[in-house]
Design a binder for this molecule. Structure first.
Ligand code: CP
Length: 306
């Protein structure tokens, strides 16, 4: 059973195919499952973009969408995640899209469930569809990622985007750097790739700002929002010193006036809302990939008798 749990579950060829399909979907290409197909969305943590864009993607592909209202589901009575997903499987869902606050929640499912799991974000761990939509946005801008300078700025340690994006961008030949508060840096990342914020803004082709993940902080940092903005935020003065062709990205939701000045969120070089638009097409391509891969597996194993 093929799942999409981390971006490293995909080969470079599979990533290329998903980005190609996403680009085709953005231009109006159609694809539908051969028969009525149910998919389940299980969001145990808040989400606006990921949840809504998965639902739009599913509806555009003609799926029947099952949205579990997690606050009123039997998980509130203590039912395990495994039993919840097995229930979805038994009632006919052909895939489950899951967001959960627990890091690597999927380890309790892998090898035990018979429908593909698409990770829509696990704790501080992974967010593979965000990485894919970020890649599509960068590729649309620069075509070739080889040698591109990407700087990831901010709350790196608590982000589920920073490490997976750094890994996949590195695999694709980009040069990845980091900036932000030292106390939120991740010790597993290369020390010599850490830059002061002013230098980061001047050298970046892609400046990827991260949200401060207040909900994952064990204690408050000593900084006010204003102090953070001055020290590590993208201010109008810093934006003016960026390269002419450089772009600004942010996975959103944005803390306006903290990671990025309010007036820069929709400035000419910002691709923040483009990222959200691309999210629909990337998620259509991921759902197609998951369904097709598992159909191939079922056919090869002789489960499907047509
Ligand atoms: N970028 C992102 O994952 O946003 P949501 O939390 O709103 O889904």
């Amino acid at each position: 059973m093929k799942h999409l749990l981390t971006i490293n579950d995909l080969s470079l060829m599979e990533i290329e195919q998903i980005l190609h399909d996403a680009q085709s979907f953005s231009k109006g290409e159609k694809w539908n499952p051969a028969e009525k197909t149910f998919v389940a969305n299980l969001f145990f943590e808040p989400s606006t973009r990921t949840r809504m864009s998965f639902e739009v993607a599913q509806k555009k592909l003609g799926f029947e969408v099952l949205n579990l209202d997690c606050g009123f589901s039997s998980t509130q009575k203590g039912e395990t995640l495994y039993d919840t997903v097995r229930t979805m499987e038994e009632i006919g869902a052909k895939a489950a899209v899951i967001r959960h606050s627990k890091d690597r929640y999927f380890e309790e499912l892998a090898g035990k469930v018979n429908i593909p799991i698409i990770n829509a974000g696990d704790g501080c761990g992974n967010h593979p569809t965000q990485s894919l939509l970020d890649l599509l946005t960068i590729q649309q801008e620069f075509i070739v990622l080889q040698g591109l300078k990407v700087v990831i700025v901010g709350d790196i340690r608590h982000s589920r985007v920073a490490r997976s994006n750094a890994e996949i961008l590195h695999r694709l030949g980009a040069k990845v750097y980091f900036s932000g508060p030292r106390e939120w840096y991740d010790a597993s990342l290369a020390e010599d790739h850490y830059l002061p914020m002013d230098e980061a803004c001047e050298m970046a082709d892609v400046l990827m700002m991260l949200r401060i993940q207040h909900e994952r902080h064990e204690c408050k940092s000593g900084m006010t929002s204003g102090q953070y903005h001055e020290a590590y935020g993208l201010t109008p003065a810093r934006e003016k010193r960026m390269k002419d062709q450089a772009i600004i990205m942010h996975p959103a939701p944005v803390n306006r006036g903290v990671e990025i000045a309010d007036e820069l969120v929709e400035c000419e070089r910002s691709r923040i809302f483009k990222q959200m638009n691309n999210g629909v097409f990337v998620r259509m391509a991921v759902l197609k990939w998951a369904l097709e891969e598992n159909l191939k597996e079922e056919t090869a194993n002789g489960y499907l008798v047509k």
